[in-house]
Design a protein around this ligand. Structure first.
Ligand SMILES: [Zn+2]
Ligand SMILES: [Zn+2]
Length: 928
């Protein structure tokens, strides 16, 4: 007897805090290099330092923790590497908002001071998500926590950048970015707010070069940028124009001739005139089209969105007209172009047109696509080995159905633009000699006299190195300006599996734990992150970064809608952990994590699993109350029937849970646990042993107590990865060896526990009790009322088993049982006044007696039949729906078909019961 007791009700909060502290203090989550077990490693998808735990994190980290705890208990050297991402733009925005509130800005502060300020912010309020992960029970090795901007990881970033550059895999080129001409800064996509505005669609005549009397009519919302056109596009299947593809048009207001190209991506047959201009330097879609057709880019606007004189000249704009419009802002230039086209009879018409205009989130100025020099990774040479690694199975994607998405995307991959025009991040380790690059230097208008800033055109020659250069190798001058751009946040997270383990140093950690075992991630970052980790791992470690990639679903609301603050349908994990307990949330998420299906999460589900936790708690209390007395161990085969049966069922559950976890079927694993604990262990086993435990000193009670300890202690270990807190609290009160369930071996099947015979006998008992309960329900006998039961079977084996289990049958069905063996073809010998319920060879009779209201019973049965029929109709409608059959996973279809069959046989039983009740009623008018 352990002497420990459990509180009357389970109070998750105090249990969770207490145990988490102990686990960390004892160092259970630390993976020592000296551990003899085979390593099992997971690197966490680093949450943003600005982040707060949302339900997607909760799912992602619950799954990782289940895997890590399971492997740790299996004796593997389990390492879960935690850490955070510096989240360039998101973090910069947080700090900029603070500055704005103080009436300052990052420009007034200057780069260095601003970065200091961000670090200060990180120290004070960054990383709350780490505390929240701890609340979730995450068993990360906190001694190995990393941050993408810490010293070691920054070193890894520089090293990778330099080596890629030296290998010719990093280059500078031009690219369109979002630019605010008032704030004079680049904006990320999320910083551009789109607003519906009334604009105009201008229909402009572009005469054919070889036949000026014929013209293509081009529809555009931005006539002023036509000066930068480098082609006109039509749809290649448009019968009106397709014969013109390859010919040229004379671009109005200029002396240039530009080609007509066919492009089915850019041109929408239904829109405008079916012909559109291509202005690569001033439109994102046009930029891509220009890439496809290898067209030049001509920028005509400068950084303050005015028409630039030099550029107008380069674009061969008619000199007189150029003089008229140079240095005009966009809006004025547009009217000038419109007037001039009209005067020359080149404007066919204008019409009103609604469009979404991008505006700066800070100042609401219209954002311009702006051509600027950027850094790129040449990706094809890196992608090829990454494709191969998945094709040949060195990396396995689970569920496998996502493999083709990965391969398709990788085969079509575009060069990766890695530079960002922000300050918070890894500054690109490139420097420009101010002497050699004088002609490629453009002073940016941000520069106040005190802060001179430059951008370097794509033609500038950078010096790339691990440290700043001392002397220019070309001109021997010593004045340099560092590249002002920082790297895309995904650049550093692409190195995460090896940078966190110490690379570029050849550390013992790196040797032991790389390649990692499993990566757990959502589909949304398969390309942003997973693909890039694979490319970088293969390039710099010569091996894959992980063996398995497990992709989990998205969590949506109960109706399947995306959760969002504005819709008010967000399930906050912190709130539900507080309300229902962390284990309930974890178990809910695990039980819903079926492959490839979005999770529709209703709070009631979590409440349901809170009840499951309470069920376990109550079982523990019952067991503890009955452990008082000696225990005796004998071979499983020599134990009482119920014990043999439950050991066998527990064994099957152990097998099923391990197999399910091996296959990343967290849904199945948790279903096996739930079914076993609730419907077998609590509903049957604990009930069946109650009578025997009454006599504490009996030999049977001694054996049962031993089985209770063995099975329930095993169950806590089996449950631990899913519900770490309650399992630890209960395990500690049971007789046990060792300090914590966290470090105990995970249950493995024990062959001596298998008892086919006991399972077969139990299923007969269960059939009997189920029929008796149906009878009790049909006749509306209260649960406490003793029944008079009869059973007849023509199966000899069944009969002898029932005879042996008569005591259990009477206890579980609550009644007296009279058993009869009958020959198969003889009439049923059960008394005529009983309601007879058949199930194959077995028929159970429930005597109709006492205060039974037959007419009430009949109408209740009718209602139940109608209910079953309704459900049956809904299922057949669903199964008859082709769309459902095409879309639903085969498991769901199977489940529905099975439910349909079960409904049919339930209804048949009730229909027959109704017939019998009517008959009994007519024969016994006194019972109505
Ligand atoms: Zn702005
Ligand atoms: Zn130089």
């Amino acid at each position: 007897m352990s002497g420990k007791q459990l509180e009357k009700t389970y109070e998750p909060k105090q249990v969770e805090d207490r145990w988490y502290r102990v686990w960390v203090e004892k160092g259970y989550f630390h993976a020592p290099l000296t551990h003899p077990g085979e390593p099992y490693t997971i690197v966490i998808p680093p949450p943003n330092v600005t982040g707060s735990l949302h339900i997607g994190h909760a799912l992602n980290n619950t799954i990782q923790d289940i895997l890590i705890r399971w492997r740790r208990m299996q004796g593997r050297n389990a390492l879960w590497v935690p850490g955070m991402d510096h989240a360039g733009i998101a973090t910069q925005n947080v700090v900029e908002k603070q500055l704005l509130a103080e009436g300052a800005s990052r420009e007034t502060l200057g780069r260095e001071k601003f970065i200091e300020r961000v670090w200060a912010w990180k120290g004070q309020s960054g990383g709350t998500i780490i505390q929240q992960l701890k609340r979730l029970g995450a068993s990360c090795d906190w001694s190995r926590e990393r941050f993408t901007m810490d010293e070691g990881l920054s070193k890894a970033v520089r090293e990778v950048f330099v080596r890629l550059y030296e290998d010719g895999l990093i280059y500078r080129g031009e690219r369109l970015i979002n630019w605010c001409p008032r704030c004079l800064t680049a904006l990320s996509d999320i910083e551009v707010e789109h607003e519906d505005t009334k604009g105009k669609l201008y229909h402009i005549r572009y005469p054919l070069a070889d036949d000026p009397n014929t013209a293509l009519i081009v529809a555009t919302t931005r006539p002023e940028t036509m000066l930068g056109d480098t082609a006109v596009a039509v749809h290649p299947e448009d019968p009106r124009y397709r014969h013109l593809i390859g010919k040229k048009v004379r671009l109005p207001l200029t002396s240039r001739e530009i080609p007509i190209v066919g492009d089915s991506i850019l041109v929408d047959l239904e829109f405008g005139t079916g012909a559109v201009k291509i202005t690569p330097a001033h439109d994102f879609n046009d930029f891509d089209a220009a890439e496809r057709h290898k067209l030049p880019r001509l920028a005509i606007l400068n950084h303050v969105a005015q028409l630039d004189p030099k550029s107008l000249k380069a674009a061969a704009v008619e000199e007189a007209f150029a003089n008229e419009i140079q240095n005009l802002p966009v809006g004025k230039a547009r009217s000038k172009v419109e007037q001039t086209l009209k005067a020359r009879d080149l404007l066919v018409k204008t019409e009103d047109h609604k469009m979404a205009l991008g505006k700066c989130y800070r100042c609401k100025t219209v954002v311009e696509p702006y051509l600027s020099p950027q850094w790129f990774v040449k990706i094809k040479p890196l992608a090829e080995p990454a494709i191969k690694a998945v094709e040949d199975g060195r990396i396995r994607i689970v569920p496998a159905s996502w493999t083709n998405n990965y391969l398709g995307w990788m085969r079509d991959i575009k060069d990766w633009c890695i530079s960002r025009q922000i300050w918070w991040g890894h500054r690109i380790p490139a420097w420009y000699c101010t002497t050699c690059n004088r002609t490629a230097m453009a002073e940016t208008a941000t520069s106040t006299p005190s802060q001179r800033a430059y951008t370097f055109l794509a033609t500038a020659k950078p010096l790339v190195g691990r440290t700043a250069p001392v002397q220019c190798p070309t001109c021997k001058q010593k004045e340099f300006i560092q590249e002002s751009d920082v790297l895309d946040t995904w650049f550093s997270s692409a190195l995460w599996p090896f940078s966190t383990l110490g690379w570029p140093e050849q550390t013992p950690d790196l040797k032991k734990f790389y390649p990692t075992s499993t990566l757990v991630t959502g589909l949304d970052i398969l390309f942003f992150w997973v693909a890039r980790m694979i490319m970088m791992g293969l390039k710099f470690m010569g091996d894959v970064p992980f063996r398995d990639v497990y992709i989990h679903a998205l969590v949506r609301d109960a109706e399947g809608q995306k959760m969002s603050k504005s819709k008010g349908n967000v399930v906050d994990p912190l709130h539900v952990m507080g309300q229902y307990g962390t284990d309930a949330l974890r178990f809910t998420l695990a039980s819903m994590a079926s492959p490839g299906r979005d999770i529709k999460l209703a709070e009631e589900r979590i409440e349901g699993y809170r009840n499951f936790a309470n069920k376990i708690w109550n079982a523990a209390r019952f067991i503890l109350m009955n452990l008082d007395g000696p225990r005796e161990t004998v071979q499983p085969k020599d134990r009482p029937f119920a014990d043999r049966w439950i050991l066998s069922r527990l064994n099957k559950t152990i097998r099923d849970v391990n197999v399910a976890l091996d296959q990343y079927r967290f849904d199945q694993a948790s279903r096996h646990l739930y079914q076993f604990i609730w419907h077998e262990y609590c509903d049957w086993y604990l009930e069946m042993i109650k009578p025997a435990l009454q006599n504490k000193d009996s030999a049977e009670a001694k054996l049962i107590r031993q089985t209770l300890v063995e099975t329930f202690e095993t169950l806590q270990r089996l449950l631990h990865p899913f519900m770490p807190f309650i399992s630890e609290e209960i395990w500690q009160t049971l007789p046990h060896q060792g300090e914590s369930v966290t470090m105990q071996p995970y249950p493995q099947p024990v062959s001596q526990w298998d008892e086919k015979e006991a399972e077969a006998a139990f299923s007969i008992l269960q059939r009997f009790v189920t029929l008796a309960r149906t009878g009790r329900n049909v006749l509306n006998y209260p649960p406490g009322q003793k029944l008079t039961l009869y059973a007849a079977t023509y199966d000899q084996d069944e009969f002898s088993k029932l005879v042996a289990l008569k005591g259990f049958a009477e206890h579980m069905a609550r009644g007296s049982v009279e058993l009869t063996f009958k020959e198969k073809f003889l009439a049923n010998p059960l008394p005529s006044g009983a309601l007879k319920l058949p199930d194959g060879s077995l028929t159970v009779g429930v005597k109709v007696e006492g205060q039974v209201d037959l007419s009430k019973a009949i109408s209740r049965v009718e209602k139940q039949i109608a209910g079953l029929e309704d459900e049956g109709k809904r299922i057949s409608a669903r199964l008859g729906n082709q769309e459902f059959k095409d879309k639903a996973p085969s498991e769901v279809i199977k489940e529905q078909e099975e439910r349909g069959r079960a409904l049919g046989s339930e209804a048949a039983t009730l229909i027959d019961a109704r017939r019998q009740l009517e008959q009994i009623a007519s024969q016994n008018p006194n019972l109505q």
